[in-house]
Design a protein around this ligand. Structure first.
Ligand SMILES: *Cc1c(COP(=O)(O)O)cnc(C)c1O
Length: 338
């Protein structure tokens, strides 16, 4: 499954995932799935997070949803019946990361209750690791999932089609394991979009790791002291900042802030150092770059920054051909066009 949430289901990007061969598009937000469907994308759509309050829309809009609560499943079945549909579900199993999932000791009883619902169909089992608890997918916990599948199939005489082992943190395990057992699916967001597996954030051979770039405009460029003048109290975010004295230095302010992006997840393309940020401003050390007001400064983004930047209404999204020269030209001058 290609996971589209980090780009809010941006149709051109998700179309590329579909062309690349993913069978399902999965997103945590119903709104993103509606957007992709409205754009005419054709894939099987999977909802990764299933709020009870959206049960009726979920049944209407998505093909499969991930679930771990019987109340929600009852509502899904109720609305599926009303709309004359069978809604497909993947049941999430808790394997130690302590985010979503049915505890293994409750699983059998849970499945029995779901099988009694008339308008939902269990098409698979899944789990999610390395998110809340940072638990690494390995042969042991993945084999645990395979064993759950075997035992449920035997107990209830059912066949489970989709055994979804996890997210981008499973990439390395999936590629290197000698025996993936019953796992036949993983849900990949970051590893497709940023070209990295997420256990060690190693680049995946053959993939682009810089498909996204963020450009910010210089709005002030001046020589200033590196140490603030006066008594230091809390900054805009409630922290008491510490500064290193580098004497007078040339520094620039960018029209970009924490309302737009996770500043800690940015890396300057030209090796410029980020000194600090507030809601709307990011301050960088100019070194010898001679930045001018109106210049554009470019950054690579990690997943958290990408997620925030794509969500910020203040950041303009532009799709470009992946051409190094075009990128370099873009960095020199901020394109003043509105
Ligand atoms: C976001 C999400 C994914 C994708 O995670 P990546 O780390 O981007 O691969 C997979 N499964 C679930 C349930 C998610 O919420």
């Amino acid at each position: 499954m290609g996971v589209s949430k980090a780009v809010l289901g941006e149709p051109a990007i998700i179309e590329a995932m579909i062309q690349g061969g993913v069978k399902f598009i999965a997103d945590s937000r119903l709104e993103n799935i509606s957007r992709m469907k409205a754009a005419g994308l054709s894939a099987r759509f999977v909802l990764l997070r299933t709020p009870l309050s959206q049960a009726e829309s979920i049944v209407k809009v998505v093909d499969i949803s991930l679930n771990s609560e019987i109340e929600t499943l009852k509502k899904l079945s109720y609305y599926a019946k009303m709309h004359n549909k069978i809604h497909c579900v993947i049941l999430m199993v808790e394997l130690g990361d302590l985010r979503e999932g049915i505890l293994p000791c409750d699983l059998s009883q849970f499945v029995r209750a779901v099988l009694a619902l008339t308008h939902v169909s269990i098409v698979g089992i899944g789990c999610n690791l390395a998110c809340y608890g940072g638990v690494k997918p390995d042969d042991r916990n993945m084999q645990g999932l395979s064993e759950q599948v075997d035992s449920l199939e035997k107990e209830f005489q059912i066949h489970l089609d989709i055994i979804s082992g996890g997210n981008s943190a499973n990439y390395e395990w999936y590629k290197s394991s000698h025996d993936v057992g019953r796992i036949n699916n993983i849900r990949l967001g970051e590893s497709i979009l940023l070209g990295r597996e997420t256990v060690n954030r190693k680049a995946i051979p053959g993939l682009h790791t810089q498909a996204f770039k963020l450009f910010a405009e210089v709005i002030e460029s001046k020589q200033k002291p590196s140490l603030p003048i006066g008594e230091i109290c809390q900054d805009a975010f409630g922290h008491v900042p510490h500064f290193q004295d580098r004497g007078m230095h040339q520094r620039a302010i960018l029209a970009l802030g924490r309302q737009d992006v996770l500043v800690s997840g940015l890396t300057s393309i030209s090796g410029l150092e980020i000194l600090g940020s507030s809601s709307d401003h990011t301050i960088i050390d100019d070194k010898n770059h001679d930045l001018q007001v109106g210049d554009a400064v470019g950054f690579d983004l990690d997943y958290g920054s990408l997620l925030a930047a794509m969500t910020s209404p203040f950041i303009k999204k532009e799709l470009m051909d992946c051409d190094r020269n075009a990128m370099a030209a873009h960095e020199r001058v901020f394109s003043g066009s509105p």
